[in-house]
Design a protein around this ligand. Structure first.
Ligand code: UDP
Length: 460
């Protein structure tokens, strides 16, 4: 008699469930990682808990496009539009922490029943409850760290007491430096914003400790929005502790500064400017400049006589349009410049008209500026911005740091130094070489592409 062997079961597609905080700045990089995983043949389901993330709905609940789908976390009052508990970040985080675990378990079960069993869970940082749930359900976890590897290393050493951190109120004149392997020595002034956060903000502290406290036990892949060439020493040193995988820069790869999506008119305006002539000023989505500082920036821009593009939130505009600032009127200011409340920053930076980037040094802005090859005037404020500024100015030598609060004289001098000082040409060349290296990391076989591919191969 003949024995027939049953046909092998169809291969189960690897399925990564991405769980994001409901903040746009966290959602974007995790979605971009998700798109890259999908391009490697991984089925990706992206989820988040609150309507704040409304832009991810564009993909439609459950609808798959190019291996990428979106699902809401449901139940327990999640995804309610106007809940007053979500009026502040703390209330929002507490509510998601309470209702998220049950909703996530339910989603993981639903996916299995639908024939798409989840292979692994990937969070961005500050979703410790999702790591716990995945652990309870026996699923391996990855985490995307959306800031620099240097910052992750600082926090890791802090949470695990692996370095002698100064106190937030230590005297800066004591010049105590912190040595962490793979990082330049950090002065207390660079660390102060982080230490103040850690000591003052319980919610933030809990999230940080919740995530990084158990990271070695819970997380099998630590993706970082950086690339190996950019932070080689920091990555190598932190690999002694964590399975670090650089996957950045997590920016839209197709950006070239062309005018396809020019809804705010910035690209058309830039097209009319001379190459590398424009001073671009933008401080991200959170930093507010007060009226005094806004006036100082206006004076500095006016006094350089250079064309400028300035992203200024509406609440800052009053000071400019109330009358004259020491003889400078809004009308004369706008002769040479363009003020916008928001722009497509990565597109603007990629435009050949940009000469320098006056930036608050948020990590996204830092990597977008690098990937565009633009020299910088660094004006860091809080959080990791001082550390990012240190790398931009002291390590990559792409510009100068201007003291805060900004004054018309210091900003004027900084802009001139970067645009036409003795080092300007060298800064521009170094910036151009970072642009090449960022691209090289992302193309097939590049260092960041390799990390994404290796992960996809592992979970297959
Ligand atoms: N951004 C933008 N248009 C603007 C200002 C900012 O698209 O007019 C984007 C910018 O490209 C970056 C993000 O907002 O991706 C800001 O992130 P970053 O980490 O630099 O700073 P944060 O806003 O978190 O302080």
């Amino acid at each position: 008699t003949m024995t027939t062997t049953p046909p092998p079961p169809p291969p189960v597609r690897p399925h990564a469930l991405l769980v994001s905080t409901p903040f746009q700045g966290h959602i974007n990089p995790l979605m971009r990682l998700g798109r890259r995983l999908a391009a490697k043949g991984v089925l990706v389901t992206f989820t988040t808990a609150l309507r704040a993330a409304v832009r991810v709905e564009e993909d439609g609940d459950g609808h798959e496009r190019a291996g990428f789908r979106f699902e809401r976390l449901r139940g327990g009052g999640l995804w309610e539009p106007e809940d007053p508990r979500f009026s502040d970040a703390g209330g929002m985080a507490r509510h998601v922490e309470a209702a998220g675990p049950a909703a996530l378990k339910e989603l993981i079960r639903r996916e299995a029943e639908a024939g798409r069993p989840v292979t692994c869970v990937v969070t961005n940082a500050f979703v410790p409850w999702a790591l716990r749930v995945a652990g309870e359900m026996g699923l391996p976890c990855g985490m995307l760290w959306i800031q620099s590897c240097a910052l992750l290393s600082v926090y890791y050493h802090y949470v695990h007491s692996l370095a002698a951190f100064p106190e937030a109120d230590d005297d800066a004149s004591g010049r105590s430096l912190l040595a962490i392997p793979g990082l330049p020595d950090l002065a207390i002034d660079d660390l102060r914003p982080l230490l103040i956060y850690a000591s003052d903000q319980d919610m933030w502290r809990e999230m940080l400790f919740g995530d990084l406290g158990g990271i070695r036990e819970r997380v099998s892949w630590v993706f970082v929005n950086t690339f190996d060439e950019l932070e080689h020493e920091a990555v190598a040193a932190l690999r002694e502790h964590l399975p670090v995988i650089p996957v950045g820069p997590l920016i839209e790869p197709e950006i070239d500064g062309s005018s396809d999506e020019d809804d705010d008119g910035c690209i058309a305006w830039l097209d009319a400017q001379a190459p590398r002539s424009v001073v671009f000023v933008a401080f991200g989505s959170l930093v507010k400049t007060d009226d005094g500082e806004t006036a100082e920036i206006a004076q500095a821009l006016a006094s350089t006589g250079r064309p400028f593009l300035w992203v200024m939130r509406d609440d800052n505009r009053a000071v400019l349009f109330q009358g004259t600032l020491d003889g400078l009127t809004a009308a004369t200011l706008c002769d040479r410049g363009k003020l916008v409340p928001w722009c497509k920053q990565a597109h603007v930076l990629a435009h050949g008209g940009i000469g320098c980037f006056v930036t608050h040094c948020g990590w996204n802005s830092t990597t977008e500026g690098l990937a565009a090859g633009v020299p910088v005037v660094a004006c860091p404020r809080w959080s990791d911005q001082s550390i990012n500024a240190k790398f931009l100015v002291d390590v990559y030598r792409l510009g100068v740091r201007t003291p805060t609060p900004v004054t018309r004289e210091t900003l004027h001098l900084s802009i001139e130094e970067v645009m036409s000082g003795p080092e300007a040409g060298a800064m521009r060349l170094r910036a151009a070489s970072w642009k090449e290296r960022a691209r090289a990391a992302l193309v097939d076989g590049g260092s960041s592409d390799h990390g994404v591919q290796a992960f996809a191969d592992q979970i297959k």
